[in-house]
Design a protein around this ligand. Sequence first.
Ligand code: ADP
Ligand code: MG
Length: 203
Amino acid sequence: MSNPHPSTERTFVIVKPDGVQRGLIGEVIKRYENVGLKLVGIKMMVAEPGHIEQHYTLDPNWRTVTGEKTIESYKKKGLTPPSEDPLEITAVILANLKTYMTAGPIVCMVWQGAHAVKIIRKITGGTEPLTSDVGTIRGDYVLDSYQMSDTDNRAVRNVIHASGSPEEADMEIKHWFKPSELVDYRLVNEQIMYDANLDGILD
Ligand code: ADP
Ligand code: MG
C-alpha cells in the first residue's frame, strides 16, 4: 500500500484559556488559514481536569521529555533547574496544567493539510514564550518564561497547544473529537496548492 498523500495529514490544536481571554481566537485561526491549512473541526468548551491529565499523558514519554526539555532550558540560560529529576518536574507541571487548562473556556480545533503537524508547530513557535522565535504566535503574543511560571508555581502560559507528531495528533483528535464532529470537504484553493498539473485554470 502506498503512503497517504501528505495533504491528508491532520493535527490537533487548542486555543488555551489565556488565548481566549486575550482575544486571540481569530488571530490563531487566521495564521493557520493564511498558510493554506483547512479547518475540519472546531468547538468551544470548559475542560475537566481528568480530561486534561489524560490528554498530556497520552504519550507515555511526555513526562520524561518535557522534564528534560525544562532542565536543559534552565541550564542553557545559566540557571539552576527546580530539580534534576525530569519526573519530579513534570509532576508539578501536570498539576499546574490542570488548573491552567480548566480556568476558562478553550477552543479545540482539527486542521488538515500538507505536513499539518510540522507547519502548525512552526507557526505556533517553541514552548517557552521567552525563547519562541519572533514571528511565531507564541513569540509575538506572550512574554511568559519557565522562571516566572516556577516562581509563581503555575504552568507556562503560551496561548496554544499543538500536537507534536502525527502519532500524537491521531491520539489527541480521538481524545477530543467524535468522528461525526469532523467534516470531510474540499476547499477550492486546494486545487491550486495540490493539483499536480495546475490545469483547469485557463479556458
Ligand atoms: P508544547 O505545548 O510546546 O508541546 P510540552 O508538551 O512540553 O510543550 O508541555 C505542555 C505544556 O506544559 C506547555 O505548553 C506549557 O503550557 C506547560 N509547560 C511545559 N513545560 C513547562 C515548565 N517547565 N514550567 C511550566 N509549564 C510548563
Ligand atoms: Mg506537547
